[in-house]
Design a protein around this ligand. Structure first.
Ligand code: FAD
Length: 396
């Protein structure tokens, strides 16, 4: 088995690393400033600038077809790009557009939709969010209640979505709504491409643990969606949703990359910090815990690239995606837990404190890791998938 990347891939990785060294502040700790409302705006603007630079290099949609503004390059390059951006916690790489909306529009969209929606993503001009979850429909997505009723040349949308990541900064949303209430639950759903600037759309921010402000409730009150904005077939939304959830499983890869950066910072801290005249790195308990984490991260990194390789080969990822998703979540929780133990009380301080360490990154990662077991399908649902499809067990 040969795990190496090709010369061209390695050269591309070096190019991305160089770009990130030039574009990010040297001590960039990731978007930890999102604990503060003012910093969120600053980081958002930084993201706009990063997208502009990446678009100029043809990196947004680097593996998408050229006729829709993509780079037409092998998908491996996109994965290397994602890994490096993620590892440095670079702002501006819009995962909801890149991993979900863009690929789904390419897969299910009409020619007009591809031209209208993909090109602005590749230029870094438009951002997407995903509107699946509702107050009464999360794991059981087919229970969704948002209604879309056909009227002349449009569908009229009414309902409420919740937990919409990034909707406050997005332009568009993939909204799943019930178009036929008289058939089996999953057969009467349609996916719509909805402008979040449409009359009747109200976006309300949700308070989040730790102050992150990316989650929103979105209300649709008689919102008119043109018929040409149906993605896939009317009442065929379940297929789009299944494809979307399958892609979301690759979010495990993102978590594993973030762990690698958390770990690197932790090791640096242990080398540089002295307790009672001794470097923390000499403490046997600290060394023991870091050693354990290093092994788990290596296992995760290998799983992540196996998953990437399956995606690149166009193979199904239902089982491996769930495994990686589950492992990534547990890994993030373990690494950040170890981090918080090593940093002790300093770990609880955010960027504002003069006593803060690692600019508050560990606390940010720790809080985020607890949410990781919920978003894009809960850990329990991933275990169900592995039990059903991986082990062939009957449904519980
Ligand atoms: C940070 C974050 C970002 C998110 N971003 C988005 C987004 O952009 N767009 C969007 O649409 N949604 C988003 N979500 C919502 C997310 O997809 C849902 O929260 C998730 O699917 C769970 O749904 P729920 O919250 O309704 O919990 P429920 O489905 O009510 O589950 C409650 C508990 O019961 C368990 N459970 C439920 N059914 C089963 C079962 N069959 N077997 C075993 N256990 C079960 C769950 O695992 C969970 O522990 C986000 C959530 C978070 C936390």
């Amino acid at each position: 088995m040969d795990f190496r990347f090709s010369e061209e891939e390695e050269a591309f990785r070096r190019e991305v690393q160089q770009f990130l060294r030039e574009s990010l502040p040297a001590d960039w700790p990731g978007p930890v400033g999102m604990f503060h409302e003012e910093a969120v705006e600053e980081i958002f603007q930084m993201g706009v600038e990063m997208r502009r630079k990446m678009a100029a290099r043809g990196w947004i949609g680097i593996s998408w077809p050229k006729e829709y503004g993509g780079g037409g390059e092998p998908i491996m390059k996109q994965m290397i790009l994602e890994e490096e951006l993620n590892y440095r916690s670079a702002p501006g790489y819009d995962q909801y557009s890149m991993i979900l909306a863009g690929p789904l529009i390419l897969q299910f969209g009409t020619e007009e939709q591809k031209k209208r929606f993909i090109i602005p993503i590749t230029r870094g001009e438009e951002r997407w969010s995903i509107g699946m979850s509702e107050p009464n429909a999360g794991s059981d997505l087919a229970a969704l209640e948002t209604r879309a009723v056909e009227e002349d040349d449009c569908f009229v949308l009414n309902g409420q979505k919740t937990w919409q990541s990034g909707a406050n900064h997005a332009d568009w949303c993939m909204v799943y709504a019930r178009t036929d209430p008289n058939v089996a639950k999953h057969k009467g759903i349609t996916c719509f491409l909805v402008s979040l600037r449409s009359p009747g759309v109200t976006i309300r921010k949700l308070e989040q643990m730790g102050g992150l402000s990316i989650l929103n409730e979105v209300f649709y009150d008689n919102v008119k969606v043109p018929k040409e904005n149906v993605l896939g077939k009317v009442n065929g939304g379940w297929n789009v949703a299944v494809s979307s959830l399958s892609s979301e499983r690759t979010f495990g890869v993102l978590l594993i990359n973030a762990c690698r950066q958390d770990m690197e910072q932790l090791v640096r801290y242990c080398r540089e910090t002295y307790v009672n005249g001794q470097p923390l790195a000499r403490d046997p308990i600290v060394r023991n815990k870091l050693g354990e984490m290093a092994i788990e991260i290596e296992v995760g990194h290998t799983m992540a690239w196996k998953l990437n390789w399956l995606v690149a080969a166009g193979r199904p990822i239902v089982i491996e995606g769930s495994q990686c998703r589950l492992y990534g979540t547990a890994l993030a929780q373990r690494v950040t837990n170890v981090g918080m133990q090593i940093l002790g009380l300093y770990g609880q301080l955010d960027e504002d404190s003069k006593w803060t360490v690692l600019r508050g990154r560990m606390m940010h990662s720790y809080l985020l890791a607890s949410a990781a077991g919920i978003w894009s399908g809960t850990s329990e649902m991933s275990k169900n998938t592995i039990a059903n499809f991986g082990l062939g067990l009957p449904r519980g």
